[in-house]
Design a protein around this ligand. Sequence first.
Ligand code: ATP
Length: 267
Amino acid sequence: MSEAKLDKPVINNDNGLTNIISVRNFNFFYGDFQALYDLNLEIPKNNVTALIGPSGCGKTTFLRSINRMNDLIDTSKYEGDIIINGKNIFEPGYDVVELRKKVGMVFQKPNPFPKSIYENIVYAPRLHGLRDKNKLMEIAEKSLKAVALWDEVKDKLHKSAMGLSGGQQQRLCIARAISIKPDILLMDEPTSALDPLSTSKVEELMRELEKNYTIVIVTHNMQQAARISDFTAFFYKGVIEEYDKTSTIFTNPSNKKTEEYINGKFS
Ligand SMILES: Nc1ncnc2c1ncn2[C@@H]1O[C@H](COP(=O)(O)OP(=O)(O)OP(=O)(O)O)[C@@H](O)[C@H]1O
């Protein structure tokens, strides 16, 4: 007998991999409004995990919880734990500056600083105390090479980053994020403002970066999630309805809502 499609959350955390982020009974509130309900998931190291789901279902709220960006919102409240590298990030005394060093973020719209390409990359290493000019140049070169931007910009490192194309700016922002060697890169729809060619460059880049970084990406683009991610969490009204290998989510989802969403029955 074929199994009936379940309509309750299906979370497959049994991935056999080393997990870098563990989310336990996590609830999140904006004032009286509850945006996330009882999230429980394990995010594996050196893989790409995609967060998908209709607008307003809580993907960005969850992403921004991972580096405590939501702390900036006065009315925000949370319950539960997010454990990164074995430490609960909400524990009293947890160093948020250290957390942001370990967990970098790339936003929807490229947002380079209005400074030179070089200054964009070395900003964070300098902020963390590095002064040695040779070392800073080494970091600039390494970071730009890692995002395949070095050849395009090596002759104009001291020119304004604002003169780069949108796609180049986004790769620069990724280079800036990795300049301090985070463990995790959070990406909030990083290609939604880019043209198709720049999008495919950033997608290629993610595949390359996952060798050294754990990537968690919010995307509205189903094809993109299917192409670039190893694991996918489907969010619906603040609940993770299904979490599994991307291939399972896209070919054999257990939850009817997941199936309907990936087949475009609602958006
Ligand atoms: N600063 C805020 N204050 C109050 N409510 C908020 C705030 N930010 C988000 N929300 C609400 O929380 C819910 C989840 O929003 P969130 O942005 O996390 O969803 P999302 O899935 O990322 O949406 P989208 O795909 O449109 O970006 C929504 O109902 C939204 O209106």
